[in-house]
Design a protein around this ligand. Structure first.
Ligand code: SF4
Length: 230
C-alpha cells in the first residue's frame, strides 16, 4: 500500500491545475482568512472586494476605520458582527506590536509565529495555520472540513478527532516542503471528488487504498453509506 504522500501525488495528477491564491499583501491575506471563517470562498471574495473598494486594506487604515463601515462592506461574507470588530482589532495589534509590518511576525520561528498568531482575538488554529501555510509558505498543515473528512475516511485518525490530532497526523506523514502543496491539493480533492455528500468514488485515483467502508464504485451508491464521521 502506498504512503499518504504517494497517494496525494496520484491525486495531484488528476486534479485540474488552479491558481491557488491571489497576489495579496500578507495583511490582506490575513484579513481575507478572517473573512473566510465559516463561509464559502465565493462569499469571502465578495466581502473582501467590497472592503477593498471602500478602504486601503492596511493596518494603519483599518485600525482607525469605523466598525459599522467595515460591517457594511463585509456583509456578504457573513458573521459580520463578529468579523468587523475582529478585523479592526487585528489591525491595531499588527500596528502596535509589529509596527504595522506583518513580516516582523512572519519571520519568527514557526512555533513562535503560530503561538503569537493564536494570541490574537479571533485567530484560532485554522486561521493561524492557513495564514502561515498559504501566506507565509511555512510548514504548518491547516485542517478544514475537507481535510478532516478525508483523514477520517482514510482512517488516519479516530472518527471524533479534533483539529490538532488531524494536523499532527498529516504533519507526521507529509514531509516538509510538500505540506503546502498537499494541503491545497487535498482541499481541491475534497471539493471535487471526495465530497461530503455523493463522493465520486467511481473516478477516485486512490480508490484501492481508501479504507472508508462507505466507498463505492457505483455512481451515487455511496450516499447510502454516509456515516456521522464522514
Ligand atoms: S474512494 Fe471515495 S471515499 Fe475513498 S478517497 Fe476516494 S472518493 Fe473519497
Amino acid at each position: 500500500m502506498s504512503s499518504i504522500s504517494e497517494r496525494i501525488d496520484r491525486i495531484l495528477e488528476v486534479l485540474p491545475k488552479r491558481r491557488w491564491y491571489r497576489a495579496l499583501t500578507p495583511f490582506e491575506r490575513l484579513v481575507s482568512t478572517i473573512l473566510s471563517q465559516n463561509t464559502s470562498r465565493e462569499a469571502t471574495i465578495k466581502g473582501f472586494k467590497k472592503l477593498k473598494e471602500r478602504f486601503a486594506i492596511t493596518p494603519e487604515v483599518l485600525a482607525e476605520a469605523s466598525v459599522e463601515e467595515i460591517k457594511a462592506c463585509i456583509k456578504p461574507s457573513g458573521l459580520y458582527n463578529t468579523k468587523a470588530p475582529r478585523i479592526r482589532e487585528v489591525a491595531r495589534i499588527i500596528l502596535d506590536e509589529y509596527g504595522g509590518d506583518l513580516d516582523n511576525l512572519i519571520r519568527l520561528p514557526l512555533d513562535m509565529a503560530r503561538e503569537r498568531l493564536l494570541r490574537i482575538p479571533g485567530v484560532g488554529f485554522k486561521t493561524a495555520d492557513v495564514f502561515l501555510s498559504v501566506v507565509c509558505r511555512r510548514e504548518s498543515f491547516p485542517v478544514d472540513t475537507h481535510i478532516s473528512r478525508i483523514a477520517k475516511r482514510w482512517k488516519m485518525v479516530r472518527g471524533n478527532a479534533g483539529y490538532e490530532e488531524i494536523r499532527l497526523a498529516f504533519e507526521a506523514v507529509i514531509p516538509r516542503g510538500k505540506r503546502r502543496r498537499d494541503h491545497l491539493s487535498l482541499i481541491e480533492f475534497g471539493r471535487e471528488i471526495c465530497r461530503a455528500r455523493g463522493p465520486r468514488c467511481e473516478t477516485c485515483p486512490v480508490y484501492g487504498e481508501c479504507e472508508w467502508e462507505g466507498k463505492s464504485r457505483s455512481k451515487g451508491e455511496s450516499y447510502r453509506f454516509l456515516t456521522k464521521s464522514s
